[in-house]
Design a protein. Structure first.
Length: 312
């Protein structure tokens, strides 16, 4: 992996496959390793990144920036140590005045200010989806193993080509390690390297209800371990041979099976057994914990990848 790449577009053909989850957790893992990271919601029409990190942008969002009404610094919010977010507006009124082309300047400015810029791209084939693929140094193609998702991922490959973008590889999400699906085969079909598989993991949902990135909410969960591996791989500190496979790992901890979440992440009711949003301090503390856990090597922050077998 080329460590000179600092701007990544997290993209998919089909929606609902785990792009925002990947953006938030990869970003938090990179920040936990000592990088200054900004995550940007470029899903302009269907923004939802803010909800994943308990951010309620009061006024300025990427919509105002792209409408030429604000500077990107005014729409950049600190989430915790080392990580900032640029949320998109949820109102259709502000979306109407957006000039998508202005994203070029925004990405250029953020590239100068941060070690890593992660663009959470919308699904589909519109201009606002295609443009970021060309602005990024590399695209992380997110797909589930479902045939419809893989088929749509192929379209995103074609779009990235047309936009002059480069796809670094596939992030295969919601995998079932004990199933009989050939994950490598899916990546081969797309003619791309398989960067990581993110196992289906009930703690992902729990973390959304808690409004805290999974890698902070439950650092030992299998999906957290997978996201830390992805971060390590992007910064050039993990090898393809070390990719976790999660064979034999428990996919469904008993506590989650006995207390299934009652609603979808995008349902109306976000109250989950009185779960409340974590404060910024909680998140900062948890990130430093990850930081403290990681070994240091010649002053370089390292990303620790605990065993899948560790108790959760
Ligand atoms: P996208 O941004 O591509 O639309 P999201 O990141 O919002 O997708 O994820 C869609 C849904 O899938 C969410 O409800 C999320 O909690 C769930 N999800 C994502 N990844 C996983 C996973 N590894 N295990 C279980 N659920 C997941
Ligand atoms: Mg999303």
């Amino acid at each position: 992996m080329n460590t000179q790449e600092t701007v990544y577009a997290i993209a998919s053909g089909k929606g609902g496959v785990g792009k925002t989850t990947t953006t938030v957790n990869l970003g938090t893992a990179l920040a936990g390793a000592g990088n200054r990271v900004v995550i940007v919601d470029v899903d302009l029409g269907m923004a939802n990144l803010a909800g994943f990190v308990s951010l309620s942008p009061e006024d300025t969002t990427l919509h105002q920036v792209l409408a030429g009404e604000a500077d990107v610094t005014e729409a950049t919010y600190e989430l915790a140590d080392g990580i900032w977010a640029v949320p998109s507006g949820i109102g259709l009124d502000s979306y109407a005045s957006v000039e998508t082309e202005n994203l070029r300047e925004v990405v250029a400015e953020l590239r100068d200010q941060f070690d890593y810029v992660l663009l959470d791209v919308g699904a589909g084939v519109s201009h606002e989806t295609v443009l970021p693929l060309g602005l990024a140094d590399a695209v992380l193609l997110v797909s589930t193993p479902e045939p419809a998702s893989v088929q749509d991922a192929q379209k995103t490959c074609d779009l990235a080509d047309r936009a002059g973008g480069t796809i670094a590889g596939v992030v295969l999400t919601r995998t079932h390690p004990s199933g009989d699906i050939d994950h490598e085969g899916i990546a081969e079909k797309l003619d791309l390297p398989l960067l990581v598989t993110i196992p289906e993991d009930p703690t992902v949902r729990e973390s959304v209800y808690a409004g805290t990135p999974l890698v902070v909410h439950d650092p030992k969960s299998p999906a957290s371990r997978a996201y830390r591996y992805l971060a390590a791989r992007l910064v050039g500190e993990a090898d393809p041979e070390d990719r976790p496979t999660f064979e034999g790992a428990s996919e469904s901890p008993a506590r989650s099976e006995s207390q299934p979440p009652q609603r979808d992440a995008d349902g109306d009711d976000t109250e989950q057994g009185g779960a409340s949003a974590a404060s910024e301090d909680d998140v900062s503390a948890a990130i430093s914990e990850i930081d403290a856990d990681s070994e240091t090597d010649g002053g370089q922050p390292r990303i620790d990848i605990p065993d899948a077998e560790s108790d959760t």
